[in-house]
Every structure is written in C-alpha cells, then in structure tokens.
Design a protein around this ligand. Structure first.
Ligand code: BGC
Length: 337
C-alpha cells in the first residue's frame, strides 16, 4: 500500500458537515462521505453543495465538504485527511485533471474507495483507469448551442438590436476559467453555432472573467473604456450566469437594461441560477441555460452511496443512464421569457 503524506495533513480546512442524525435506529449506521470542491468563491458550486448536503441529510449520512481555494496542495491535503477520517466515498470537483489523478491514486491505495468526479470532467483515460471512478456532469457543447438558439430567436424577433445598423451584431464574450472543459467547449460550440447562423456576428472581444460576477463587471467596464462607450456593443454572451449578472450590473450602472428600449443590450448566460431566472422574467437578460446542479448532485450522491455499499451502479439502481459504464450526463434546458 502506498504511504500517505501524513506530514501534509495539517491543513486549513473549511469544513461544513451535515452531521449524522442524533438518534439512529440500533441497526442504522450513518455513512461517512467527503466532498472536495475547487473553490468556495463559486456561486454555482455553492448551490451544488447545498443540494449535496440536503441529499446527505435526507439519507441520514454524514458529508464533510472541503473547499480547496483553487490550491492544489490544499486539495490533496483535504483528500488525504478525508481518507484518514474514514470517508467511504470521495466526491471530487477537481481543480485540474492532474488533481483528479491524485484522488484516484489515493482512493485506489485505500481500499478501492469510490471516487465520483463532478462538474469538471477529468480525462477519459483517467476515468477508465480505475474501476471505482465515476463522472457526473453535462455536455458543455449543448449549452453553447442552446445559447445560439436563444440569441438567434431573439435577434430574429428584434432586428432593432443592430443598434448601429451595420448589418452585424457586435458582441462581447465573457469566458469562464481558462482551460476548464466547460469554458473551452461552451465557447467552441457558441462560436461555431454563430458561424452557421443566418445572422452575422462580429466578436468585439473575448475575455476571461473567471466565472465571477465582480470580474465580469470589471472587464465589461474595461471594454467600454477601450471602445468609446457601449454604442457598438449589441450582445453579451457569458459562459455562466454569475458573469452575465456582473455584466448586467455594469450596464445598469450606465443606464442600459433598465427599461428604456433604446438602451438595451441583450445578455445571455448559462446555469439557471435563481437570480438569472428572475432577470430573464424581468427582461434584463434575454435567457439562460439551466445547468441542473440539483439533479447532478442527487445522482452523484446516489452513486457514492451505492458504490460505497458495494452495490452495482447501473441504470436500474441509479435511475439514470450511464454511458461508457461510469458517466452520467444531465441535459441542459433553455430558459427564456
Ligand atoms: C458552471 C459555472 C461554474 C463552473 C465551475 C460550470 O459548469 O456553469 O458557473 O463556475 O462550472 O467549474
């Protein structure tokens, strides 16, 4: 058995725990699971964690959630500590694919613990390399395509959106964290969908705002400064909702998207966060694409429970289809007014 780096175990853990029910029947023993989340500053992942916790609670199990603060050493320490503390399965939202490999190495040398990757897909090779590895996520290309559908539909109904009447829709693309599959694939499918569209689009800028509201607000304001204001900006597409809402916040501070039809710049996001859905209802965003964290969390938790008990994880036991034998993809959903 490989030796654990126990010297690294002293770590600053941000631990949130759903504790075991105070009184369990004499037979019932609460299971003990651990989740490692790449950052605590990610709004979408916070929602995801709330769902994971509620499924653990519903099951009477203990789930310890660690946030790795985008720091690989912390992520590894937290995973090691979880194993030492007797976690029966690891739910991992890895910072990078290489940290995914570490989770597998650790689980493999500690009684073949199940590892359920969520939201950030490690390489296919890695997923195939371990019999107790799973992935629960969604197909990021689908969300980019859905954004194009929402945009095409809106622009076809609103030709006045070409405010400078140059026959092209000038847009700003706000990207998520660099190199993450969701950023790469959402962007690729959006750009190729735009190329295939009967509408002509012109990318004015493509900037990473790291999935974050404040960063998106800042880069949108920066865009306005560099481009003599917002007159030529006719569309904002964001790889997620938090960034779409950050851009909206800046636009509103400049008198846009507050009710004056001459000062409206369509914005579309991804995730279906409550605040974004509300903004769609209010007409300040034109749409979002729901990235169903609650269903993903339910499935991830169920896999953890089945696999930890040594039960088969299949369509019947899980109630969801597994492709490649160990991956589940939850469909996206378009949300417009
Ligand atoms: C979500 C983003 C989130 C990211 C974290 C994506 O699937 O759409 O909001 O920041 O996952 O990895």
């Amino acid at each position: 058995m490989r030796k654990l780096h126990t010297s690294l175990l002293v770590s600053a853990l941000a631990v949130a725990a759903v504790s075991a029910p105070a009184l369990l029947g004499s037979q019932a023993v609460a299971a003990n699971y651990a989740a490692s989340i790449y950052s605590d500053g990610d709004v979408y992942m916070r929602n995801y964690v709330n769902s994971l916790m509620s499924y653990a609670k519903e099951n009477g199990d203990r789930l310890v959630v660690n946030y790795a603060n985008e720091d690989l050493a912390q992520e590894m320490n937290q995973l090691e500590l979880a194993v030492v503390r007797g976690a029966e399965a690891l739910i991992v939202n890895p910072i990078t694919t290489s940290s995914g490999a570490y989770a597998i190495e650790l689980a493999c040398s500690n009684g073949e613990l199940p590892v359920i990757f969520i939201n950030r897909k490690p390489s296919d090779e890695l997923l195939k390399s371990y019999v107790n590895a799973y992935y629960v996520g969604s197909d990021p290309s689908e969300s980019g395509r859905y954004q194009v559908d929402i945009i095409n539909q809106y622009l076809q109904a609103h030709p006045e959106a070409d405010r400078n009447a140059d026959g092209e829709i000038g847009y700003l693309l706000l990207q998520g964290e660099k190199g993450v599959p969701d950023t790469v694939m959402r962007t690729l499918s959006l750009e190729s969908g735009m190329e295939a569209s009967p509408i002509t689009f012109k990318q004015l800028a493509k900037v990473s705002a790291d999935w974050k509201f404040t960063e998106a607000s800042r880069v949108t304001s920066d865009f306005a400064l560099r481009n003599n204001g917002l007159d030529n900006l006719e569309l904002i597409v964001a790889n997620n909702d938090d960034m779409a809402l950050g851009a909206l916040d800046y636009l509103q501070s400049q008198g846009y998207n507050t009710g004056n039809p001459d000062k409206f710049i369509p914005i579309v996001g991804i995730d279906g966060l409550d605040r974004a859905v509300k903004a769609v209802e209010e007409g300040t965003l034109i749409g979002t694409v729901k990235n169903d964290f609650d269903t993903q969390a339910r499935i991830a938790f169920k896999i953890a429970a089945l696999a930890a008990e040594g039960k088969s994880v299949d369509k019947t036991t899980l109630g969801a289809f597994l492709y490649n034998g160990n991956e589940v993809s939850v469909p996206y959903l378009k949300i417009t007014k």
